[in-house]
Design a protein around this ligand. Structure first.
Ligand code: S3P
Length: 173
Protein backbone atom coordinates (compact mmCIF):
# COMPACT_ATOMS: atom_id res chain seq x y z
CA UNK A 1 0.00 0.00 0.00
CA UNK A 2 1.40 3.34 -1.03
CA UNK A 3 1.89 5.98 1.66
CA UNK A 4 2.08 8.77 -0.92
CA UNK A 5 -0.69 11.20 -1.84
CA UNK A 6 -3.14 10.03 -4.47
CA UNK A 7 -4.13 12.25 -7.38
CA UNK A 8 -7.24 11.31 -9.34
CA UNK A 9 -7.41 12.50 -12.94
CA UNK A 10 -9.94 11.83 -15.69
CA UNK A 11 -12.59 13.33 -17.91
CA UNK A 12 -15.60 15.22 -16.55
CA UNK A 13 -18.06 12.73 -15.09
CA UNK A 14 -15.49 10.02 -14.40
CA UNK A 15 -16.19 10.23 -10.66
CA UNK A 16 -13.01 11.90 -9.41
CA UNK A 17 -14.77 13.87 -6.67
CA UNK A 18 -17.09 11.12 -5.43
CA UNK A 19 -14.46 8.37 -5.53
CA UNK A 20 -11.87 10.65 -3.96
CA UNK A 21 -14.20 11.33 -1.03
CA UNK A 22 -15.01 7.64 -0.56
CA UNK A 23 -11.45 6.33 -0.71
CA UNK A 24 -10.08 9.13 1.48
CA UNK A 25 -12.62 8.04 4.12
CA UNK A 26 -11.56 4.42 3.82
CA UNK A 27 -7.85 5.31 3.93
CA UNK A 28 -8.26 7.79 6.80
CA UNK A 29 -6.62 10.49 4.68
CA UNK A 30 -7.81 14.06 4.07
CA UNK A 31 -9.58 14.72 0.78
CA UNK A 32 -9.21 17.90 -1.28
CA UNK A 33 -11.12 18.70 -4.42
CA UNK A 34 -9.23 21.20 -6.59
CA UNK A 35 -12.38 22.61 -8.20
CA UNK A 36 -13.89 23.21 -4.75
CA UNK A 37 -10.71 24.87 -3.48
CA UNK A 38 -10.52 27.14 -6.51
CA UNK A 39 -14.19 28.11 -6.18
CA UNK A 40 -13.94 28.91 -2.50
CA UNK A 41 -10.75 30.93 -2.92
CA UNK A 42 -12.19 32.88 -5.85
CA UNK A 43 -15.57 33.27 -4.16
CA UNK A 44 -17.10 32.33 -7.51
CA UNK A 45 -18.37 29.22 -9.24
CA UNK A 46 -16.36 27.70 -12.06
CA UNK A 47 -18.97 28.91 -14.54
CA UNK A 48 -18.56 32.45 -13.18
CA UNK A 49 -14.76 32.24 -13.43
CA UNK A 50 -14.98 31.02 -17.05
CA UNK A 51 -17.56 33.68 -17.95
CA UNK A 52 -15.83 36.56 -16.14
CA UNK A 53 -12.12 35.86 -16.61
CA UNK A 54 -11.95 33.17 -19.28
CA UNK A 55 -10.66 29.61 -19.35
CA UNK A 56 -6.96 30.57 -19.29
CA UNK A 57 -7.43 32.39 -15.99
CA UNK A 58 -9.02 29.24 -14.55
CA UNK A 59 -6.10 27.16 -15.89
CA UNK A 60 -3.65 29.54 -14.21
CA UNK A 61 -5.51 29.04 -10.92
CA UNK A 62 -5.17 25.27 -11.34
CA UNK A 63 -1.42 25.50 -11.96
CA UNK A 64 -0.93 27.87 -9.03
CA UNK A 65 -2.81 25.49 -6.72
CA UNK A 66 -0.82 22.48 -7.94
CA UNK A 67 2.41 24.35 -7.22
CA UNK A 68 1.23 24.84 -3.65
CA UNK A 69 0.17 21.21 -3.28
CA UNK A 70 3.54 20.03 -4.63
CA UNK A 71 5.50 22.00 -2.02
CA UNK A 72 7.37 19.68 0.34
CA UNK A 73 6.10 18.90 3.82
CA UNK A 74 2.38 18.44 3.16
CA UNK A 75 0.64 15.50 4.77
CA UNK A 76 -0.47 12.77 2.34
CA UNK A 77 -3.96 13.36 0.97
CA UNK A 78 -6.33 12.27 -1.77
CA UNK A 79 -6.72 14.97 -4.44
CA UNK A 80 -9.54 15.14 -6.96
CA UNK A 81 -8.58 17.29 -9.94
CA UNK A 82 -10.59 19.01 -12.67
CA UNK A 83 -10.91 17.18 -15.98
CA UNK A 84 -8.71 19.57 -17.97
CA UNK A 85 -5.77 19.77 -15.56
CA UNK A 86 -3.71 17.23 -17.51
CA UNK A 87 -3.39 19.45 -20.56
CA UNK A 88 -0.46 21.53 -19.31
CA UNK A 89 2.82 19.60 -19.21
CA UNK A 90 3.81 21.57 -16.11
CA UNK A 91 0.67 20.34 -14.35
CA UNK A 92 1.47 16.73 -15.21
CA UNK A 93 4.95 17.18 -13.74
CA UNK A 94 3.54 18.81 -10.59
CA UNK A 95 1.02 15.99 -10.12
CA UNK A 96 3.85 13.45 -10.34
CA UNK A 97 5.62 15.37 -7.59
CA UNK A 98 2.47 15.35 -5.46
CA UNK A 99 1.90 11.60 -5.54
CA UNK A 100 0.58 8.57 -7.38
CA UNK A 101 -1.56 9.65 -10.32
CA UNK A 102 -4.54 7.44 -11.13
CA UNK A 103 -6.59 7.88 -14.28
CA UNK A 104 -10.31 7.12 -13.98
CA UNK A 105 -10.80 6.09 -17.58
CA UNK A 106 -14.24 6.60 -19.10
CA UNK A 107 -15.71 6.40 -22.61
CA UNK A 108 -17.50 9.36 -24.23
CA UNK A 109 -20.73 7.29 -24.18
CA UNK A 110 -20.60 6.94 -20.40
CA UNK A 111 -19.77 10.63 -19.98
CA UNK A 112 -22.83 11.55 -22.04
CA UNK A 113 -25.08 9.27 -20.00
CA UNK A 114 -23.74 10.46 -16.66
CA UNK A 115 -23.77 14.17 -17.53
CA UNK A 116 -26.85 14.37 -19.73
CA UNK A 117 -28.42 17.03 -17.52
CA UNK A 118 -25.29 18.87 -16.38
CA UNK A 119 -25.44 22.66 -16.30
CA UNK A 120 -22.36 23.36 -14.16
CA UNK A 121 -19.58 22.54 -16.62
CA UNK A 122 -18.97 25.46 -18.98
CA UNK A 123 -17.14 23.29 -21.52
CA UNK A 124 -20.20 21.07 -21.97
CA UNK A 125 -22.73 23.85 -22.58
CA UNK A 126 -22.73 23.28 -26.32
CA UNK A 127 -25.68 22.64 -28.64
CA UNK A 128 -24.00 19.38 -29.71
CA UNK A 129 -22.77 17.89 -26.46
CA UNK A 130 -21.90 14.55 -28.04
CA UNK A 131 -19.55 16.15 -30.58
CA UNK A 132 -18.05 18.34 -27.86
CA UNK A 133 -17.30 15.38 -25.56
CA UNK A 134 -15.85 13.30 -28.40
CA UNK A 135 -13.65 16.17 -29.58
CA UNK A 136 -12.37 16.97 -26.09
CA UNK A 137 -11.76 13.29 -25.31
CA UNK A 138 -9.76 12.80 -28.47
CA UNK A 139 -7.66 15.87 -27.73
CA UNK A 140 -7.09 14.93 -24.10
CA UNK A 141 -6.61 11.19 -24.13
CA UNK A 142 -2.83 11.28 -24.81
CA UNK A 143 -2.40 13.71 -21.90
CA UNK A 144 -4.44 11.49 -19.55
CA UNK A 145 -2.33 8.49 -20.49
CA UNK A 146 0.88 10.46 -20.09
CA UNK A 147 -0.17 11.74 -16.67
CA UNK A 148 -1.25 8.36 -15.27
CA UNK A 149 0.81 5.97 -13.17
CA UNK A 150 -2.19 3.60 -13.07
CA UNK A 151 -5.46 3.34 -14.97
CA UNK A 152 -8.85 2.25 -13.64
CA UNK A 153 -11.67 1.85 -16.13
CA UNK A 154 -14.92 3.11 -14.58
CA UNK A 155 -17.55 2.38 -17.25
CA UNK A 156 -20.73 0.47 -16.41
CA UNK A 157 -20.05 0.18 -12.70
CA UNK A 158 -21.50 1.88 -9.65
CA UNK A 159 -19.56 4.34 -7.50
CA UNK A 160 -19.22 1.75 -4.73
CA UNK A 161 -17.95 -0.91 -7.11
CA UNK A 162 -15.37 1.50 -8.49
CA UNK A 163 -14.35 2.58 -4.99
CA UNK A 164 -13.78 -1.07 -4.05
CA UNK A 165 -11.75 -1.64 -7.23
CA UNK A 166 -9.71 1.47 -6.60
CA UNK A 167 -8.99 0.35 -3.02
CA UNK A 168 -7.83 -3.01 -4.36
CA UNK A 169 -5.52 -1.30 -6.85
CA UNK A 170 -4.07 0.87 -4.06
CA UNK A 171 -3.46 -2.17 -1.87
CA UNK A 172 -1.41 -3.71 -4.66
CA UNK A 173 0.93 -0.74 -5.19
C1 S3P B 1 -13.14 20.91 -16.65
C2 S3P B 1 -13.64 20.02 -15.74
C3 S3P B 1 -14.32 20.46 -14.51
C4 S3P B 1 -13.85 21.85 -14.10
C5 S3P B 1 -14.01 22.80 -15.25
C6 S3P B 1 -13.18 22.38 -16.46
C7 S3P B 1 -12.49 20.38 -17.87
O1 S3P B 1 -14.06 19.53 -13.46
O2 S3P B 1 -12.52 21.82 -13.67
O3 S3P B 1 -15.37 22.86 -15.58
O4 S3P B 1 -11.78 21.14 -18.56
O5 S3P B 1 -12.66 19.17 -18.17
P1 S3P B 1 -14.70 18.04 -13.40
O6 S3P B 1 -13.79 17.15 -14.19
O7 S3P B 1 -14.71 17.72 -11.96
O8 S3P B 1 -16.05 18.11 -13.99
Amino acid sequence: MTDKSIVLVGFMGSGKSALGRIIAGKLGMPHSDMDQLIQSRAGMTISEIFAGSGEEAFRDMETELLRELAAPGREPAVYSTGGGVVMRPENRELMRQIGTVILLDITPESVLTRLSRDTKRPLLQSPDRKARVEELMQKRRPAYLDAADYILSVDNRTKDENAARLMKLLEEI
